[in-house]
Design a protein around this ligand. Structure first.
Ligand SMILES: [Zn+2]
Length: 327
């Protein structure tokens, strides 16, 4: 078994965390966050294994000891994972009670490590019931909260955690890593399509994700003020967590195209279409629409149907394109 390691762009942050561990100064509650698709979960995973590994005290997990074997097999008794029962569902108060119950069980003086992901999917009641544990975790246990949208966590939770926040990696670093992935062809193309997030690029390449129909729908609505059947179909079948980031990336590119003569774009293949549509819309209206998109990424407990909300977002784009939105 090879030892697990963090991603290259996470190394500096990893080294800092290890120094804290070495000085026995690692906080007991950590909030690991980033834009998504950059390996936040992987960082938390390696840290969790390192904390349980019996060979490593300030280093990466060895991958060889009994604890490491149990961890990778998913059977380590002191590794507690709290996640939604189904993707997109909320983490309720019962799961947090289960977590605190397990942390309170003694296990021969060994410390436990718990990971809550995605942390923002905790209900308010679940988050409130976690507060006391965050402040004083039983024994030497460590809690890792992982979130792509830490802003959705209650301030009371955030303030009790030490933050480990990742941004998008440097493009060169992301590309170098993607080039090493055996299944990756055309790394630059996919990295651009993924808005600079390398793990999302890998996932999109594997799924053959094609954002062209989403961009077509947006360009038609913003540039021509209309929506047709194809535009509705383009996004209706996709989860909003997938479709809205594509729209937001496209609108950001349109704003870039309005602000500079030959700017680097996240969707360089769409330069011509985005430029043409952008030229027809007031740039402040584009900023307003971008705000709306960012607010619209659904929470885990959202009861809104994706097809209805997608249609609403396109309708707002068409209104924006016709210059008729009330602001
Ligand atoms: Zn080990």
């Amino acid at each position: 078994m090879t030892a697990a390691s963090v991603l290259p762009w996470q190394q500096a942050r990893w080294d800092r965390v290890q120094r804290l561990r070495g000085g026995a100064r690692l906080p007991h509650a950590l909030l690991v966050s980033g834009p998504g698709g950059t390996g936040e979960g992987r960082f938390a995973d390696v840290l969790m294994q390192a904390l349980l590994c019996t060979a490593a005290t300030e280093r990466a997990p060895c991958g060889e000891c009994h604890a490491c074997h149990e961890y990778t097999a998913g059977t380590h008794p002191d590794a507690v994972r709290i996640d939604p029962e189904e993707p997109g569902k909320a983490i309720g108060i019962d799961r947090i009670r289960e977590l605190t119950g397990r942390l309170n069980l003694t296990s021969g003086g060994r410390s436990k490590v718990a990971r809550i992901e995605p942390a923002e999917s905790m209900t308010l009641a679940a988050a409130n019931s976690l507060l006391k544990t965050l402040e004083e975790p039983p024994g030497d246990s460590v809690l890792l909260l992982v979130s792509e949208r830490p802003g959705r966590l209650p301030a009371t939770v955030r303030s009790r955690c030490q933050r480990i926040t990742f941004g998008l990696p440097e493009r060169d670093s992301a590309l170098a890593w993607l080039q090493e992935q055996p299944e990756m062809e055309q790394p630059e193309y996919w990295l651009d399509r993924a808005g600079g997030a390398p793990l999302r690029a890998l996932e999109m390449a594997a799924a053959g994700f094609d954002e062209t129909p989403l961009v077509s729908a947006l360009v038609q609505a913003l540039g021509e003020g209309r929506i047709d059947r194809g535009a509705i179909d383009a996004g209706s079948a996709l989860p909003l967590s997938r479709s809205i980031p594509v729209l937001a990336t496209a609108v950001e590119d349109m704003i870039r195209l309005r602000s500079a003569s030959d700017p680097p774009l996240r969707l360089p293949l769409e330069r011509r279409r985005l430029g043409e549509a952008a030229a027809k819309v007031d740039v402040r209206a584009l900023f307003d629409y971008l705000d709306e998109l960012r607010r619209s990424i659904p929470g885990p407990s959202s009861a809104l149907r994706a097809d209805i909300q997608w249609h609403g977002l396109l309708a707002d784009a068409a209104e924006t394109g016709r210059g008729r939105r009330n602001r």
